[in-house]
Design a protein. Structure first.
Length: 359
């Protein structure tokens, strides 16, 4: 199974990473002397998706929906409660369960992560050279410090940093430069797959475009595969080949980036798209906004059935599915010939159609 041409200009390959039934639940304990579990935060609760070699999958959703937790569970910084993370044919969750961190070590160099906060993810007591060289030395990819220094300086140049600053400390750099250091560190081991966990959200707007362009250039040059996590829909549209929309621990829609923006099918996706401002006053003035009522439910006790049904305008406009939305959880199913997948009971009807009030 192969994907289409990606935004970096190359052809996407076979499935590189597959997530099956991924769950990440965090227990809540009560009691000082005798601790007992009283509840669980269902941050991620049953994800199924795949990422093709050479493509960028954008993962979007509002704060608290489980995006960053998904990324950390994929790279095994969190041990998933259930499910499988299959990287290039190997189930990393099974490896971690059987052999722990020692078993995961050979895969670490192929899967890297760029973190959200460029201020917190760099050790302030280490020089930039030591930070970037650490994975090289850990995985024994270079022979000695001299070779490591040469490789570090080459990575700094590739990421737009002055190699003469190799002995400086993180506090001597700006936010955008620190994020470039984080990117250089992620590239040190020649990875195949990188989780980009909101890598531009902590940066100035003028710097965000530079970082996204850098990521795209590196992807084209090195054949990288990205999971790009963000809540900025404009940024995701710019960099992604496909987009997955997440709500309260579940994926509600997956499609090519142009389909998601031109023809969103899930009511939640349509609400997100309608909230993105259009830089044309006349078009913006005539556009109809989809306003969601109520607050996002707690992941400790999510609603039964479809998790979006408490705020869904389509459910109110379609009484024939209202009870089913409350009772049954919709499955992610294909709704057109291009592989557009949606988890909504509207498309379980024999003749799929969009909600009238959000069409």
């Amino acid at each position: 199974m192969t994907a289409a041409l990606n935004k970096s200009g190359g052809a996407a390959g076979d499935v590189l990473l597959e997530v099956r039934g991924l769950r990440m639940h965090f227990p809540i304990y009560k009691g000082a002397l005798i601790r007992r579990e009283v509840a669980r935060v269902k941050a991620v609760d049953g994800l199924d998706f795949e990422i093709y070699a050479g493509e960028t999958l954008g993962l979007v959703g509002e704060s608290g929906c489980g995006k960053s937790t998904t990324g950390r569970a994929i790279v095994q910084l969190y041990r998933p409660t259930a499910g499988e993370v299959v990287f290039d044919g190997t189930d990393l969750t099974a490896v971690a369960a059987a052999r722990g961190e020692r078993g995961l070590f050979p895969y670490r160099r192929h899967i890297q992560m760029i973190f959200q906060d460029p201020y917190a993810c760099l050790n302030p007591r280490m020089t930039v050279g030591d930070i970037i060289a650490e994975p090289l030395l850990t995985h024994r990819l270079v022979d000695g410090r001299d070779a490591a220094l040469e490789r570090v300086q080459a990575l700094m140049v590739k990421c737009g940093l002055n190699p003469q600053y190799v002995r400086r400390y993180p506090h001597e750099f700006s936010g955008g430069q620190r994020q470039r250091i984080g990117i250089a560190r992620a590239l040190a081991t020649n990875p195949r797959f990188i989780v980009c966990d909101e890598p531009i959200s902590a940066l100035d707007v003028s710097i965000q475009a530079q970082i996204m362009n850098l990521l795209q250039d590196l992807q084209k040059e090195l054949g990288l595969t990205y999971l790009f996590i963000a809540h900025d829909l404009a940024a995701v549209r710019h960099i992604s080949d496909r987009i997955a929309v997440m709500y309260l621990g579940r994926i509600v829609e997956i499609a090519d980036y142009d389909q998601v923006y031109a023809d969103p099918r899930h009511p939640y996706t349509r609400a997100l798209i309608s909230a993105v401002p259009i830089p044309d006053p006349e078009v913006e003035a005539t556009r109809e906004r989809v306003v969601l009522e109520g607050d996002v439910p707690s992941p400790i006790d999510p609603p039964s059935g479809c998790r979006f049904h408490t705020r869904c305008p389509a459910r109110k406009a379609n009484p024939q599915i209202a009870e089913r939305c409350v009772r049954e959880e919709p499955t992610l199913r294909v709704v057109d010939e291009r592989g557009h997948r949606v988890a909504c009971h509207l498309y379980d009807i024999e003749e799929p159609r969009r909600p009238a009030e959000v069409a």
